[in-house]
Design a binder for this molecule. Structure first.
Ligand SMILES: Nc1nc2c(ncn2[C@@H]2O[C@H](COP(=O)(O)OP(=O)(O)OP(=O)(O)O)[C@@H](O)[C@H]2O)c(=O)[nH]1
Ligand SMILES: [Mg+2]
Length: 365
């Protein structure tokens, strides 16, 4: 999961670290140690000095060294992170450019990539409010904190929210065709059941032939009740029936499926608005594929406009190298990612945990 992005973030951190080693060695000969500037709050005075002099595309030899010598201490020490750490502003800028390029190449939304870069820079300058355990490495920690900031948006505890909401809790799933809405509903019915929360499935996909049979098959496998009407009928009426069923039978949660629709299809988006208006669900979850990258981010906006979303489920994370949607979608929509779909089995769903994601991307120990 997200291996491509992980590699890029790792190589940013280690490129900067590698250069830091060179600079640290050079620094030993220097008459004046770089000992002024902003101190980091964490108190881990790791002696890392950062300089990007050896980067591809730039001449690595003589002229650079001369430039370094000519550079005033104040300039070199502008981005000072610990008492012993100098980060050359120009060199950092070059690395940040590379990082931006790498993030965009991983399909991270432009505004989110920029936010991450600003965060990395600010974290390196110092005085960061740390919420994550340290990896013992300044650069890596700066990236981790910054990525954490953009993905930790509006997180809430799904189970607590359900427990605190008047029953039955009605959850509607929206999204384009084939992204995994129906599979996610089946997975969540299973997930909730394992936690002692009962559910009924409502097939609001009255559009696609075979949709009833598909949901019924899942319901059979999971021993759940499914409410459906014939193809072509009003999806809001199906979900309404399921709510009545849940009320009459003390069922905790109604999981309402909807037909896949293109966000560009006005008629079907209007229908979604109607479901939202008539049913007034407790939660609307937007479902999309992690592999869809920026497309998923754009679609999230459109679906949010039609029927305000409370969160996102990103499916097929198991097949996603890029991680762009996972990094961007919460920041762009202002609503959290609640679950990741990680395969085709009923167990293949996991709550989205921002801290675990940054640890997976940039080593947590
Ligand atoms: N690898 C992987 N496949 C998934 C995941 N979630 C769903 N799928 C697969 O994606 C395909 C489509 O899933 P559906 O649940 O039918 O998608 P849908 O959004 O309901 O599709 P429509 O109702 O046609 O709009 C199926 O083959 C699922 O097994 C996931 O997390 N990982
Ligand atoms: Mg479906």
């Amino acid at each position: 999961m997200f291996d491509g992005l992980k590699d890029k973030l790792e190589s940013f951190a280690s490129d900067v670290e590698d250069d830091a080693d060179i600079e640290a060695a050079e620094g030993e000969d220097a008459t004046e140690p770089a000992d002024v500037g902003v101190t980091a709050g964490a108190g881990e005075a790791e002696s890392v000095s950062v300089d990007a002099g050896g980067d591809a595309g730039e001449p690595a030899a003589g002229p650079d060294d001369e430039a370094d010598e000519g550079r005033g201490l104040t300039e070199r020490a502008k981005l000072l992170a610990t008492g012993k750490t100098v980060i050359d502003e120009d060199d950092l800028a070059a690395h940040l450019d590379e990082l931006e390029f790498a993030l965009l190449g991983s399909d991270v939304e432009l505004s989110v990539a920029q936010e991450i870069l600003e965060g990395v820079e600010a974290n390196l300058v110092g005085q960061t409010r740390r919420r994550l355990s340290s990896t013992g490495n300044l650069v890596r920690d700066a990236v981790r904190e910054s990525v954490y900031d953009v993905i930790d948006v509006g997180q809430f505890d799904f189970e607590e929210r359900i427990a605190a909401t008047e029953k039955p809790v009605v959850i509607i799933f929206t999204g384009v065709n084939g992204v995994g809405k129906t599979t996610t509903i089946a997975k969540l019915a299973h997930y909730l059941g394992e936690r002692g929360v009962s559910s009924v499935l409502a097939n609001g996909d009255t559009f696609r032939a075979g949709a009833n049979e598909q949901l019924e098959e899942h319901a059979d496998n999971l021993d759940k009740k499914v409410i459906s009407h014939e193809q072509g009928s009003d999806p809001a009426a199906v979900i309404y029936d399921a709510v009545e069923y849940a009320e009459a039978n003390d069922v905790d949660v109604v999981l309402g499926d909807t037909a896949g629709r293109l966000h560009t299809s006005d008629g079907l988006m209007d229908q979604l608005e109607k479901i939202d208006r008539v049913i007034d669900p407790d939660m609307t979850l937007f479902v999309d594929e992690a592999v869809a990258g920026q497309d998923a981010v754009n679609r999230a906006r459109e679906f949010d406009d039609a029927a305000a979303i409370d969160g996102t489920v990103l499916t097929k994370a198991d097949a996603d190298q890029q991680g762009g949607a996972a990094i961007s979608i919460a920041h762009v929509t202002g609503k959290p990612i609640l679950f990741l779909g990680t395969g085709q089995d009923y167990d293949d769903i996991e709550p989205f945990d921002p801290e675990r994601i940054v640890d997976a991307l940039l080593g947590g120990d």
